[in-house]
Design a protein around this ligand. Structure first.
Ligand SMILES: NC(=O)C1=CN([C@@H]2O[C@H](COP(=O)(O)OP(=O)(O)OC[C@H]3O[C@@H](n4cnc5c(N)ncnc54)[C@H](OP(=O)(O)O)[C@@H]3O)[C@@H](O)[C@H]2O)C=CC1
Ligand SMILES: O=C(O)C1=N[C@H](C(=O)O)C[C@H](O)C1
Length: 233
């Protein structure tokens, strides 16, 4: 498969390594100053760039009929526009705030736990995410997906950065040198706490998930999620 990388930073380089090990060709490494992109020479695009760049990259690929795997976080204000354009152009699209198998299992666990806790008013939920100091967005995309999973399955109706209040899920974002990504969801009462936690040990899981999604999407049309790719739930 011929893969174009939009964004060739920490994730772009890890994806190149995993994709090459799986026998794929990296045909383009696109950065902010790439003068001209040859869309005729790629089967799929994988975008791990920057919040301000993602939507333009994704739109450009749809305009040229290229399926897109999108891992960049912090651009979701434009997500609905991307979905509409994908459908208009009969393209193919997967966005995931987190491509790792472990986090996608964690998303399911989070939804299940939220359902169990729904009517137990003595517990308040709180979330913490920890990432490396170069991360541009807060809270993390994964924390937002976890909050959405709780909102869908509980009486909480929104989230906010910092301390939550009543029906708000409070999310604490910490930035610590070189942490790949740690997420904790805690239900706290006066007598105990229940916590679920996912810890990424490195970036390989994210990259493998993105390459797996790219392998899966070629030849398909539509807007999909990692649940479709991984056959979860
Ligand atoms: N969904 C998931 O599973 C995961 C998502 N992420 C997300 O992926 C994104 C990238 O992460 P990471 O690789 O760590 O970040 P990096 O900062 O290491 O890499 C981002 C790269 O994008 C480049 N870039 C800037 N503008 C453009 C543009 N217009 N087009 C293409 N590339 C551009 C940057 O170049 P330059 O430095 O020259 O500006 C840089 O090389 C983040 O949003 C992060 O949150 C990260 C891990 C997992
Ligand atoms: O920026 C990162 O590094 C990561 N970003 C994603 C997010 O915002 O959730 C996924 C992962 O946690 C690493």
């Amino acid at each position: 498969m011929r893969i174009a990388l939009f964004g060739y930073g920490k994730m772009g380089k890890m994806i190149e390594k995993i994709a090459s090990e799986r026998g794929h060709d990296i045909v383009a490494r696109i950065d902010v100053d790439t003068p001209k992109i040859d869309f005729s020479n790629m089967d799929v695009a994988i975008d791990f760039s920057m919040p301000d760049a993602a939507f333009a990259n994704i739109s450009n690929c749809f305009e040229h009929g290229i399926p897109v795997i999108s891992g960049t976080t912090g651009w979701l204000k434009d997500f609905d526009k991307a979905v509409t354009l994908c459908r208009e152009k009969e393209g193919a699209f997967i966005y995931a705030s987190n491509f790792s198998l472990g986090v996608n299992i964690f998303f399911e666990l989070n939804a299940y736990l939220a359902k169990m806790m729904k009517n137990l008013d003595q517990y308040d939920v709180a979330m913490e995410e920890i990432h490396h100091t170069q991360k541009l967005d807060a809270p993390s995309g994964t924390a937002i997906t976890l909050a959405e999973g709780i909102i869908k399955n509980s009486n909480y109706d929104t989230w906010k950065l910092g301390q939550g209040d009543g029906k708000e899920i409070g999310i604490t974002s910490k930035r610590i040198e070189s942490v790949p990504g740690t997420h904790t969801v805690a239900y706290n009462s006066a007598v105990d706490s229940i916590e679920i936690k996912h810890t990424a040990h490195n970036r390989q899981g994210f990259a493998l998930g993105a390459v797996t999604a790219a392998e899966w999407i070629v030849g398909k049309k539509g807007v999909f999620t990692m649940k479709d790719v991984l056959n979860l739930g």
